[in-house]
Design a protein around this ligand. Sequence first.
Ligand SMILES: Cc1cc2nc3c(=O)[nH]c(=O)nc-3n(C[C@H](O)[C@H](O)[C@H](O)COP(=O)(O)OP(=O)(O)OC[C@H]3O[C@@H](n4cnc5c(N)ncnc54)[C@H](O)[C@@H]3O)c2cc1C
Length: 296
Amino acid sequence: MDFLRPASWEEALAVKAEHPTAVPIAGGTDVMVEINFDHRRPEYLMDLNRIGELSEWQVGQDSVRLGASVPYSAIMEHLRAELPGLALASHTVASPQIRNRGGVGGNLGTASPAGDAHPALLAAGAEVEAASVRGTRMIPIDAFYTGVKRNALAPDELIRAVHIKKADGPQQYSKVGTRNAMVIAVCAFGLALHPETRTVRTGIGSAAPTPVRAKEAEDFLNAALEEGGFWESGKIITPSVAKQFAQLAAGACNPIDDVRGTAAYRRHAVGIMARRTLGWTWEQYRGAGRTLEGAA
Ligand SMILES: Cc1cc2nc3c(=O)[nH]c(=O)nc-3n(C[C@H](O)[C@H](O)[C@H](O)COP(=O)(O)OP(=O)(O)OC[C@H]3O[C@@H](n4cnc5c(N)ncnc54)[C@H](O)[C@@H]3O)c2cc1C
């Protein structure tokens, strides 16, 4: 196995163009597990750790440009206000050691349906900045996951950064696992309120072949909130609306039975998490200076 160590982003793109089968390694928390277990024996391993810009982020007017290798611990420490959903999801990843090494670029590279960043990225609304010697393109997060552990990157492309909309309202992340740390999600749910556009976005993890949004549930809730004047009044969401939202979210799942849980359990749990995250975020929204006139 050849170990390639590009010193700059341009060099990394050139190396990937020359060796499209080269496997990039960032934190190595997925790659090294695969190599150690002999699940993968790449001809070329391309270390990205000499490229400092991949571990940097910029906070812009509307969005955060998060370098592909920014570790989860930095997101938790420095970007909690801008990216609360992703910060909460980062908290649930593995252990402090893994959170200091692993990052969102690697989570996207692996594209496991159980990856914790995905529901938060789907709910917040993100775009993946993918680049090659041919140029740069922005891939909407909804189009990024193409199958079980498959993504939309071309063989010569690398992830340079992820652009994530700054939170304009409360966001939550919920994960079911067999314990509180070092656990792969049995299933997970991310929800973001976007008061500026009066919309709600969601993300489901580990309950379908790819991370997915619960689009029907979003459409139903967006219409119910608009028709009922909920955004202006901040009144409590009626239990029947929350229940219908939860049922539609559960319906968006296409889970399997596996060692971590049954398909039926996952569907049920996603419904519960959808209702709870809606309740938590809505309470935060109501508490953030809403006019409570007409609150039920
Ligand atoms: C003990 C343990 C516990 C874990 N627990 C969790 C957990 O709770 N939740 C969770 O989501 N994950 C978990 N993981 C998996 C892993 O930590 C995450 O997926 C992490 O985000 C991977 O990031 P990394 O930088 O280490 O990626 P790497 O291992 O370096 O790379 C992962 C994949 O992404 C590709 N890649 C990396 N950077 C780029 C780039 N810039 N462009 C294109 N492709 C790239 C690599 O080629 C590889 O295919 C766990 C892993 C371990 C070992």
